[in-house]
Ligand binder design. Structure first.
Ligand SMILES: Cc1cc2nc3c(=O)[nH]c(=O)nc-3n(C[C@H](O)[C@H](O)[C@H](O)COP(=O)(O)OP(=O)(O)OC[C@H]3O[C@@H](n4cnc5c(N)ncnc54)[C@H](O)[C@@H]3O)c2cc1C
Length: 454
């Protein structure tokens, strides 16, 4: 079973709030699937890890399919408004290079990104992100399946043979030689029976971002992320909100953190939060309903109590609540906090991490934030499992313990993992090798050639 889940009592209340909780009755529902295509590499999930992985595999000459549930790419960055993209540099030194950085340069050229030095955090326009990501994969002839929800797989002899996706025009199957789980939630891995870790602690909370216009951003320096070793939450705002919360009922909040979008007076706000398991539909429904209410409360509170927000207005909420944490696979190697914090240099290192260990309290507004003394390394063995010969898991459900995960989960790092996994899948396809037998020297040398700093 997965990890800690909220008390049964709370679940019952949630179920009441959201309608019927369902019965234990089960029905069988059979459907035929049309085979949509056959590929060297099939990537499930078009977020930061997925679209970079697809680009990498295709650039290596593989025939690639990318399956995404929304009508656009970018995952949490675009559907969740999660900003900034953290972190490409450590103390001014670039630690994530290659295709992820190429993507940032594309966004800069399109006028939709601002790289904040020395951290290499990137403020961006979600719309420019979407267009640059789709251009990047299309340039490499990746076949896109959009509005396609991955819903299961078939496995034979330790290999996944097909994945299934629910589309408006019915159930479809995609055949592949190698599969990448970039759903963030480990949907493909769970479906393939890969064992999951249980951290034995509540999940980090989920947060619905919202976009505000009409903000006096000049008086809010922390909408830029330019200093090493500081937490970008707005302390003064936090203190005043805490005071207000003593007099009137305010929803639980985090931060608040705000990030500029490259559009004048516009910020993406991260302050709502709730404890919820986003692999459980009842909890997802409850969380979305609750957080949409909370956004309206916070916008009103900000407007009425804080000068820079006096003329602020709500432009939009994110398409979906931001999910920090769900499933974590138990890979060939579980990257530990000790290895991570000591920047242990693995022989099979394929990406880096420079973001602090950033653990948000499951309940309440607390946060543990520990800054790194050196940029960490992430090994290839944390992207593969013992159980499956053709599966790679480069997204935030890769194999790490609670501490290492809490830093490596950020976007630049998972883009680096996507780059490595896409490249590895293409190399394995060429040699007909299992993912456990990839030529690691050749993989690292290709990645370094692309600009990875590993
Ligand atoms: C509140 C919050 C604050 C954060 N703050 C920061 C920050 O400041 N800086 C930073 O860099 N990172 C931050 N992160 C972390 C970061 O956003 C994620 O860890 C990162 O986006 C993970 O990338 P991914 O590709 O693994 O998954 P995701 O970004 O989750 O992308 C997964 C993709 O797969 C798709 N998908 C999922 N399931 C299916 C399915 N069944 N079928 C088809 N498609 C599917 C999704 O639609 C999505 O496009 C934050 C996250 C949250 C939630």
């Amino acid at each position: 079973m997965m990890r800690a889940c909220p008390a049964e009592e709370k679940k019952n209340t949630q179920a009441e709030q959201c309608g019927e909780a369902g019965t234990m009755e089960e029905l069988r529902f059979e459907q035929k699937a049309v085979v949509a295509g056959e590929y060297d590499a099939v990537i499930c999930g078009g977020g930061p890890s997925g679209f970079i992985a697809a680009t990498a595999a295709a650039r290596m000459g593989a025939k690639v399919a990318l399956i995404e549930q929304y009508g656009f790419l970018g995952g949490m960055a675009t559907a969740g408004y999660v900003a900034p993209i953290s972190e490409f540099c450590y103390n001014g030194r670039k630690v994530i290079g290659g295709l992820p950085w190429e993507f940032i340069e594309d966004m800069e050229k399109a006028g939709g990104a601002l790289v904040e030095k020395p951290l290499g955090n990137v403020s961006f326009s979600p719309e420019v992100y979407k267009i640059c990501a789709q251009r990047m994969v299309r340039k490499e002839n990746v076949t896109l399946y959009l509005h396609a929800l991955f819903c299961g797989c078939r496995k034979e002899d330790g290999r996944i043979t097909e994945v299934f996706m629910q589309c408006k025009d019915g159930l479809k199957a995609v055949r592949g030689r190698y599969f990448l789980d970039c759903t963030g939630d480990g949907d493909l891995s769970a479906s393939a029976g890969i064992p999951m870790q249980d951290y034995g602690e509540p999940l980090q909370p989920a947060s619905l971002y919202f976009c505000l216009g009409g903000v006096d951003t000049d008086s809010l320096p922390k909408v830029h992320h330019r200093e090493q070793g500081i937490n970008y939450h707005m302390e003064d705002l936090r203190e005043k909100l805490t005071e207000i919360g003593k007099k009137e009922k305010l929803p639980v909040f985090g931060g608040p953190w705000m990030c500029w979008t490259t559009m004048p007076g516009t910020v993406l706000v991260n302050m709502t939060r709730t404890e919820a398991d986003f692999t459980d539909e009842r909890e997802e429904t409850r969380a979305e309903l609750e957080l949409h209410e909370d956004v309206f409360t916070f916008v009103k509170t900000l407007r009425e109590n804080f000068e820079p927000f006096r003329n602020a207005y709500l432009i939009s909420t994110a398409v979906q609540t931001g999910v920090r944490e769900t499933r974590h696979i138990r890979g060939v190697h579980i990257l530990t906090g000790e290895e991570y914090l000591s920047a242990y240099h693995f022989e099979d290192a394929v990406s880096r991490g420079a973001h602090p260990v950033d653990i948000h309290a499951g309940g309440g507004s607390g946060q543990r934030c520990e800054f790194l003394k050196e940029a960490a390394y992430i090994p290839y063995r944390s992207l593969i499992t013992k159980e499956c010969r053709n599966l790679l898991v480069p997204g935030r459900s890769f194999s790490a313990d609670r501490v290492a995960f809490a830093s490596a989960r950020v976007q630049a790092s998972v883009m680096g993992l996507g780059q490595a996994a896409g490249c590895a899948a293409a190399m394995c396809a060429e040699k007909q090798a299992d993912v456990q037998d990839v030529d690691i020297v050749s993989l690292r040398s290709t990645l370094t050639g692309w600009g990875a700093v590993i």
